[in-house]
Design a protein around this ligand. Structure first.
Ligand code: 3PG
Length: 204
């Protein structure tokens, strides 16, 4: 199974209150986006992963902002079905390879992508997508590295997502625009469902 082909958009979420995680995941799935990447940036993140894994079986829940082997272990223990990292260190890569779940390691240069490809990893996160060079940069990487596919994340919006998704070396994009902090804080899951439904149609 390829993580890049499950959905055109991977919602990248910062969860401050684990109580919101289940209705949030249900809203995303109902809108048409089955994947949810809960970033390990808040004290509530692992509990949020745990609840979604237990209570929303139709969602594919993963952990993002995975930086260390300890993060890998904690996320898998909580029930994460995939792991995403902003960059890739040797220690983190070893832990990801041993995790038993799918993962998208972060890369931002030809050397980083080639280093992962050397280990047999041909699918990765391109981060920070817009700041690192955006669509033009990824298109250029596709010349020498046509067998490597990316999930660009960082500065991706509904406006630029179709240009990324039109590239042959892009499988999906990631972004935080689907889960605005104010919608989460006020429990406006209807708005999140609507944003997900719009995003689900972005693949050209
Ligand atoms: C992240 O890992 O923080 C993602 O890149 C989200 O970036 P965005 O907020 O620009 O969508």
């Amino acid at each position: 199974m390829s993580l890049l082909d499950l959905a055109p958009v991977v919602p990248v979420v910062v969860v401050d209150d684990a109580e919101t995680a289940v209705p949030l995941a249900r809203a995303l799935v109902t809108g048409g986006l089955p994947m949810i990447e809960i970033t390990l940036r808040t004290p509530a993140a692992l509990e949020a992963v745990r609840r979604v894994a237990a209570e929303v079986p139709e969602a594919v829940v993963g952990a993002g902002t995975v930086r260390t082997p300890d993060d890998v272990e904690a996320a898998v223990e909580a029930g994460a079905r995939f792991l995403v990292s902003p960059g890739t260190t040797p220690a983190l890569l070893a832990a990801l390879l041993g995790s038993g779940v799918l993962f998208l390691p972060g890369a931002a240069t030809a050397t980083e992508a080639m280093t992962l490809a050397e280990r047999g990893i041909k699918e990765m996160k391109f981060f920070p997508a817009e700041a690192a060079g955006g669509v033009a940069y990824l298109k250029s990487l596709g010349g020498p590295l046509p067998d490597v596919r990316f999930c660009p994340t960082g500065g991706v919006t509904p406006r630029n997502a179709p240009s990324y998704l039109a590239l042959p070396n892009v499988g999906c994009v990631g972004g935080s625009w689907l889960t605005p902090a104010d919608a989460l804080a006020s429990g406006d899951f209807g708005r999140i469902e609507k944003l997900a439904a719009e995003a689900a149609t972005l693949r050209p």
